[in-house]
Design a binder for this molecule. Structure first.
Ligand code: ZN
Length: 336
C-alpha cells in the first residue's frame, strides 16, 4: 500500500483512503477523528466524531451537545478497525484529552501526532512514543531559537513577583484550554494556596478539568460586579491573553500584565502585547523536543504540518531522513 492511501493531505485536512476518514478536518466531513480540543483542530459540524472522552466533553462545552451528528469515545491504546485501517489513540502530552492518532494499513504505520510536547504537565497524560514508518509532526516552535526554559522556573517568576508587589493584581493571560489550567495547577504545586480568580470565559473548562481529576484549588469569579478594586490587591487573575491590556484589566489595582506562552521567548512579541511579566510556558514541543522525538522514533520519513516547516525539513535532510512539508492550512499558532 502507498503511504498516500493510508494518509494524505487534502484541503479539508489529512484524509485516510484506507479508513475513509479525516483527521482534524478544517471543514465539515462525514467522519472525523480529532486529536484534541483546540479550536483549529476540533470544529463543529461533522457527521461523526471519534475522539477521546475528554476531547468530546471539551467540544460539547465549546460548541454545545449537538456539535456532531454522532460521537464515539476512543479509549487510549485500544486498536479499532475503521474500513481497511487499524487506528489507535495514544497520549500526546499537549492538553487534557490530547492524543496522537496512529493509523496502520497494508503493513505501513503512520503517526499523526497533532500538537504535542515532551515536558511534564500535571494536567494531562505524557506523550507516548510510538515507533512508526512515517511520523507527522507539528512545527509550531521549529526554529533553534525556541528552547523553552524549565516550566517551574517560569512559575517561580510569577511567585516572586507576587511577593514583590503585594498591592498589585497579577493578570495572567493564558489560553483558556490547557494553558490556564496548567498555570493554576503549577501555582498550587509551588505552594500558592489563595483563591485564584477566573475570567468568565475560563470557568466552564476549569470545572471540566476538575471533574476529570485535575484539582485546581480554590477558584473564584473575577467578574463580580459588586467587588471593589481593592479586593484584588495581590490576587492572581487568569484571563484570555487578549484581555490583559484591555479595558477589562482596568478594574484591577495597578495590574501586572503577565502572559504565559511559548511566544514570550520573543521579547518583541511580549513588548507589543504590553506584557510586563512574560512567562515562557508552552504546550508545544520546542526545537530540542522536536528533534529528539524524531531521533527517538527513527521513522523512515517525516511529514511536517503547521508552523515553521522549512527548518525542521532541513534538519531532517541533514540527518538523512526524508522529510516534506505538508503545507496544511487552517491550523493557527493559536494563542498558545
Ligand atoms: Zn493545540
Amino acid at each position: 500500500m502507498r503511504p498516500e492511501d493510508v494518509l494524505c493531505p487534502t484541503p479539508a485536512g489529512l484524509f485516510s483512503k484506507a479508513g475513509d476518514f479525516h483527521i482534524d478536518p478544517t471543514r465539515p466531513v462525514p467522519r472525523a477523528l480529532i486529536t484534541h480540543g483546540h479550536s483549529d483542530h476540533a470544529r463543529a459540524g461533522h457527521g461523526s466524531v471519534l475522539a477521546t472522552r475528554e476531547t468530546l466533553r471539551i467540544m460539547a462545552v465549546r460548541y454545545g451537545e449537538g456539535f456532531a451528528g454522532s460521537t464515539e469515545a476512543a479509549a487510549l491504546g485500544e486498536t479499532m478497525r475503521i474500513g481497511d485501517a487499524a487506528v489507535v489513540f495514544q497520549p500526546a502530552g499537549h492538553v487534557l484529552g490530547s492524543a496522537q492518532i496512529v493509523v496502520e494499513a497494508g503493513g505501513l504505520r503512520i503517526v499523526a501526532s497533532g500538537d504535542y510536547k515532551r515536558r511534564a504537565d500535571p494536567t494531562c497524560l505524557p506523550f507516548v512514543p510510538v515507533p512508526c514508518d512515517i511520523f507527522i509532526t507539528e512545527a509550531t516552535f521549529a526554529l533553534p531559537v525556541f528552547r523553552h526554559p524549565e516550566p517551574k522556573a517560569e512559575i517561580g517568576k510569577l511567585i516572586a513577583s507576587l511577593a514583590q508587589f503585594p498591592e498589585r493584581a497579577h493578570l495572567v493571560g493564558a489560553y483558556s484550554l490547557g494553558k490556564a489550567q496548567r498555570v493554576i495547577r503549577m501555582l498550587r504545586d509551588a505552594g500558592y494556596e489563595r483563591p485564584i480568580y477566573l475570567h468568565g470565559s475560563m470557568e466552564k473548562l476549569c470545572r471540566l478539568y476538575e471533574e476529570e481529576g485535575v484539582a485546581l484549588g480554590p477558584l473564584a469569579s473575577a467578574t463580580v460586579a459588586t467587588g471593589k478594586k481593592g479586593d484584588f490587591a495581590g490576587a492572581v487573575v487568569v484571563c484570555p491573553p487578549s484581555e490583559i491590556a484591555e479595558r477589562w484589566a482596568r478594574r484591577f489595582p495597578d495590574p501586572v500584565a503577565c502572559f504565559a506562552s511559548g511566544w514570550m521567548r520573543i521579547r518583541q512579541r511580549a513588548k507589543q502585547a504590553g506584557v510586563e511579566l512574560p512567562l515562557v510556558l508552552s504546550d508545544h514541543a520546542d526545537w530540542d523536543e522536536l528533534t529528539a522525538t524524531i531521533t527517538e522514533l527513527g521513522p523512515q520519513e517525516v511529514w511536517v504540518t503547521h508552523g515553521r516547516e522549512e527548518a525542521l525539513v532541513r534538519w531532517c535532510d541533514l540527518k538523512g531522513i526524508p522529510a516534506r512539508p505538508l503545507h496544511m492550512v487552517g491550523y493557527e499558532d493559536e494563542a498558545e
